[in-house]
Write a protein that binds this ligand. Structure first.
Ligand SMILES: Cc1cc2nc3c(=O)[nH]c(=O)nc-3n(C[C@H](O)[C@H](O)[C@H](O)COP(=O)(O)O)c2cc1C
Length: 403
């Protein structure tokens, strides 16, 4: 099953059913341009055999970063470096989609001095130094829709095979979906159909800019997994609305900074074989939209079972690819995913989520530098990784405005 190609609604074909999920690489330069190291990492992943590589989140605006050294694609000036990134993947046969994102209120100081969000509600995560955002005006919302479309158009011009709109994990589009973050009283807030309006506007604008033959995917939370956030029931309605829009692939994830369910750090959430399996099962039979499930999927048996019963169409893998970039090839050859080194834990979930990211990000930097991942990293490598992120944040040009 893992070998089987998949034809998407737009007509594009994935060479097999394994996708590398988006993982923020933090390997662009301080102006958001992809670097040779980033290209080397993606060439390694493409050689690793996955059918699809989804990039880490690329910013639609240089005024709003999720993490330092993320890539930005907002005007043609950025095209040559992004073209080299797409070429590095294509040289080894995988397809590559650009994940496009705006952080909204989840932008960490000092990267965003004046964050914007659906409403002026600060994300309640102590220790993250997150600022109270300003509510976007109607005109700014329209501008942001245009930015998503523009970045998607530029991604295709740079040679990317498709785009994935990031509507999960508590970033801007996910904030609009959440009743806790979105307290607006205009057409973009209140009723569920209003809260999902921005996401659907973005999907339509992106589709219009890339045309009918280019894959457009969305990453969505099965739920936010905290009180007041997007519920599973409402998320299922969002998924069906996305199916009506004719998207090519819905990637199912969950959680946000408050409740990092996406990496399995929330007790009592998640299935043994795949964190968000229950949600994917709820969609079965209700739509023909292709589904990619990501989060905690580790055994070949579970992957084959998910695919053969038709619950999902694509298996998303994140962290295994940090330590074993060739794991898709090995899975396709009948091997299983080896045990993965676990990141250190403090017991405070948001901090543990950050450590989890730094732990894996350190491996991306090793591969980018031409080294092998360190299969037994010590706590020191996390400290060094966090130091690098902090230094990068401090040296990155800080924007003056937030949209
Ligand atoms: C270092 C790191 C960076 C990540 N960055 C992103 C990102 O930019 N966009 C995104 O949608 N998810 C991101 N994620 C979440 C992954 O895409 C995925 O949902 C999560 O790791 C669960 O899959 P896994 O259990 O196979 O690792 C990141 C995860 C890690 C470990």
């Amino acid at each position: 099953m893992l070998h089987q190609p998949l034809t998407l609604p737009c007509g594009a074909v994935l060479r097999n059913r394994i996708a590398k999920a988006a993982m923020s690489e933090q390997l662009a330069d301080r102006h958001g341009s992809p670097t040779p190291g980033l290209n080397r990492l993606y060439a390694t992943w493409s050689r690793g055999g996955a059918g699809l590589l989804i990039t880490g989140n690329v910013m639609i605006s240089s005024a709003a970063f999720t993490e330092p050294r993320n890539a930005v694609l907002e005007d043609p000036r950025h095209l040559p470096a992004h073209r080299a990134w797409a070429d590095a993947v294509h040289a080894h046969g995988a397809a590559v989609w650009m994940q496009i994102n705006h952080p909204g209120r989840a932008a960490v100081a000092p990267l965003s001095r004046r964050p914007v969000a659906p409403s002026a509600v600060r994300l309640p995560v102590p220790g993250y130094n997150l600022r109270r955002p300003r509510a976007l005006t109607g005109a700014e919302i329209t501008e942001i829709v245009g930015r998503f479309a523009r970045t998607a158009e530029l991604a295709v011009a740079a040679g990317f095979d498709g785009v994935q709109i990031h509507a999960a994990h508590g970033y801007l589009l996910s904030q609009f979906l959440s009743p806790a973050a979105n307290r607006r009283t205009d057409a973009y807030g209140g009723e569920p159909s209003n809260r999902r309006r921005l996401l659907l506007d973005v999907v339509r604008a992106v589709r219009a800019s890339v045309g009918p033959g280019v894959p457009v995917g969305v990453k969505l939370n099965a739920a936010d997994f905290h009180r007041g956030g997007l519920t599973q029931e409402e998320s299922l309605h969002v998924a069906l609305a996305l199916a009506d829009e004719g998207i090519d692939l819905l990637e199912v994830s969950g959680g946000d900074y408050q409740s990092p369910a996406m990496t399995g750090l929330v007790e009592g959430v998640g299935h043994r074989d795949a964190y968000f399996l229950e949600y994917a099962r709820q969609l079965t039979g209700r739509t023909t939209m292709p589904i990619m499930l990501t989060g905690g999927i580790r055994t070949r048996a579970a992957m084959n079972e998910l695919l053969s019963v038709g619950t999902v169409d694509v298996i998303g893998l994140g962290r295994p690819l940090a330590f074993h970039p060739d794991i898709p090839r090995r899975l396709l050859a009948g091997e299983d995913v080896p045990a993965l080194p676990a990141a250190p834990r403090t017991g405070y979930r948001p901090a543990d989520s950050y450590l989890e990211l730094a732990w894996h990000n350190a491996q991306f930097h090793r591969i980018a530098a031409g080294s092998a991942p360190r299969l037994a990293p010590g706590p020191f490598s996390v400290v060094r990784g966090m130091g690098r992120v902090t230094a990068a944040a401090l040296t990155q040009a800080g924007p003056a405005s937030g949209s």
